[in-house]
Structures are given as structure tokens and as C-alpha cells.
Design a protein around this ligand. Structure first.
Ligand code: ADP
Length: 307
């Protein structure tokens, strides 16, 4: 095999109480990539669709991740990476992560899968780090592995796939505002009051217990963010109005996806997600800012080969 075509899912990270440690993969939203093994020893990047991204492999997360993997394997093979960018960069639903994870997953397949999916993680994170200025896995891990993922620890990286009720679905509004992950992280600072930390880890435990037991009320009670949302929500016009609309329309929870500007409502069932999505769109429209609405189930598989 010298060519592979893959779907790289968009991801929602943080999920209110899981700053930097929780993420999930979407089923219906994602990029496509075609990776070809070439006769040379260079990496090249081309883009066929979507908003412009850097094509220099040293500045594109796909190139940096691929180089990290190839150096680790001692491989001198060359690859051409073609990206159909459907997840808008800076949207907060893992645009850079999809390319970082896709590059290492695809190249690993073309080389006969010398590494496991978990072993690919640090290489995807190396690429992801150039977009966000931070060493985080909460988008690349669910993109690679699928489903709901907990990053239990970073040193060494320890990633756990969580059980979750299969009826969960999301409505996502992506306001067309650019919030750079790197800038948005500085808003949070590096200290949080102990009472906020206690509330946050209580909710994180509650969410994971609720996901495992299929207790939707516990999931709902636990989707509260005491760390990032209070500092970041002001960057998103109409945040409070959308939150009120989501909760009164029956969403289990509402929060910022990654570092924003996308926001998500977690719902029970795709029909409810579509209904809540429409309410969110109506609540956001008066802001006069263009936006996209996505509704999707959670995908148990991560990156996958497509015809
Ligand atoms: P997101 O959360 O949507 O990934 P980030 O702010 O983390 O947003 O990343 C977007 C930044 O990464 C942009 O500055 C973009 O130019 C840069 N970037 C580099 N390579 C890629 C890529 N392959 N896909 C998307 N963004 C990329």
C-alpha cells in the first residue's frame, strides 16, 4: 500500500469540568487526508479545500508530527500529505489536532503499523504543540482513538478510553471569530483557588461515573466548569444567552469547546441535539456574526480509512 485516504474527526475537548484532560470525537464532522508514499525522502503538504493553512512542513502541524514520527522510526521515506480542511482552523473543535493525528496515523499505516495508536500520541502532540504553544492531548487523543477519552496523566502520557452512553450527541455553534488557543490559555493563568479545584475534580469524577453508569442526571449535574469558562466566556458574544437557551431546551450541559469560540451542548439523542442546535442558532443570530451549526453523535472509532 502506498496511498491511504482517511477521515480525521473533529473533537470537543475540556467538556466543562475536564480542562486539558477530557475530549471526544465527533462522528459527522472532520477533515479528509490522502497520504502517499513518494520515491524521495521529503515531506510535502498540499491543500485541496478549506481556509488557508501553512504548507511549509515545518509550520504545518501535519509536517511537524510526521517528522517527529519518521525521526523516531529512523525512516528516510518521503510522503505527500494532501489535506481537505473542513474543520476551520481556530474553531476550537480540533482543526490542528485532526491534521497532526491524521499525518502520524496515515504514515504509520503506510509503513506497516510499526507503532500502536497510543504510541503515536507523543508524535501527534509534538505537531499540535506548534499550534497551541502547549503540550496537550485532549484533541489528538480522541481524534486518534475515538470515543470519550481521559488523559489521566501527562508524564508519562496515560490515556484511558471511557465508557459512555451511546445516545449522547452534541450541538455545536462555531461563531466565525478567531480565538487562538495560545492566547486563550493565557487568560486562565496558572493558579486557581482551592475551592474551585475541589469543585472541578468533584465534577470530573461525577462526569466519569455518570458516563460509565449511563446516569444522565449525574452527567448533567457534573457539566460545570469552575476553571476555564469564567475566564473565557467573555470572548464569546452571546455565551450566556446560548447557555440559558440550551439548558431550558433540555440539554444535559453547555460549555466552551476547547478554547473556543465554538460552544457545545451535550444532549441525550441526536434529535434533541438538532432541536437544541436550532435554539442555539436562533439565540446567536442577533449577534450579527456568521456561524456554523454542527450536530453530531460521538464516534467510537477515531481516524478511519475511507474509500
Ligand atoms: P484549533 O483548536 O481549531 O485546532 P488552533 O488555534 O489550535 O485551533 O490551531 C490553529 C492554528 O494552527 C492556526 O494558526 C493554523 O494556521 C495553524 N495550523 C498549522 N497547521 C495546521 C493544520 N494542518 N490544520 C489546521 N491548522 C493548522
Amino acid at each position: 500500500m502506498d496511498k491511504i485516504k482517511i477521515f480525521c474527526p473533529a473533537t470537543v475537548s475540556n467538556l466543562s469540568c475536564g480542562f486539558d484532560v477530557l475530549g471526544l470525537a465527533l462522528e459527522q464532522v472532520g477533515d479528509e487526508m490522502i497520504i502517499r508514499k513518494t520515491s524521495g525522502n521529503q515531506l510535502t503538504i498540499r491543500q485541496t479545500e478549506g481556509p488557508e493553512i501553512p504548507l511549509d512542513p515545518a509550520n504545518n502541524v501535519a509536517g511537524v508530527s510526521a517528522r517527529s514520527l519518521l525521526d523516531h522510526l529512523g525512516s528516510e521515506d518521503g510522503f505527500d500529505i494532501e489535506i481537505a480542511k473542513r474543520i476551520k482552523p481556530g474553531s476550537g473543535i480540533g482543526s490542528s489536532a485532526a491534521s497532526a493525528a491524521g499525518a502520524v496515523w496515515g504514515i504509520n499505516q503506510l509503513l506497516g503499523a510499526p507503532l500502536t495508536t497510543k504510541e503515536l500520541l507523543p508524535h501527534a502532540m509534538t505537531g499540535e504543540a506548534i499550534a497551541s504553544d502547549a503540550w496537550h492531548a485532549d484533541n489528538v487523543a480522541p481524534c486518534l482513538m475515538g470515543g470519550f477519552v481521559l488523559i489521566r496523566g501527562y508524564d508519562p502520557i496515560d490515556v484511558i478510553q471511557l465508557s459512555f452512553p451511546k445516545d449522547l450527541a452534541l450541538a455545536i455553534i462555531h461563531p466565525h471569530l478567531e480565538i487562538k488557543t495560545a492566547e486563550s490559555r493565557t487568560l486562565i493563568g496558572d493558579k486557581i483557588p482551592l475551592k474551585n479545584a475541589v469543585a472541578q475534580w468533584g465534577n470530573l469524577g461525577g462526569l466519569i461515573a455518570g458516563l460509565a453508569s449511563g446516569d444522565h442526571d449525574l452527567i448533567s449535574r457534573s457539566l460545570v466548569d469552575h476553571v476555564a469558562e469564567p475566564k473565557r466566556k467573555h470572548q464569546i458574544p452571546g455565551f450566556e444567552e446560548m447557555k440559558t437557551e440550551a439548558i431550558t431546551s433540555g440539554a444535559l450541559g453547555f460549555g466552551i469547546s476547547g478554547s473556543g469560540p465554538s460552544v457545545f451542548a451535550l444532549c441525550r439523542g441526536i434529535t434533541k441535539a438538532e432541536e437544541v442546535g436550532q435554539k442555539l442558532a436562533d439565540a446567536f443570530t442577533p449577534q450579527g456574526i456568521a456561524f456554523d451549526l454542527y450536530c453530531s453523535r460521538i464516534h467510537s472509532e477515531g481516524i478511519r480509512i475511507i474509500p
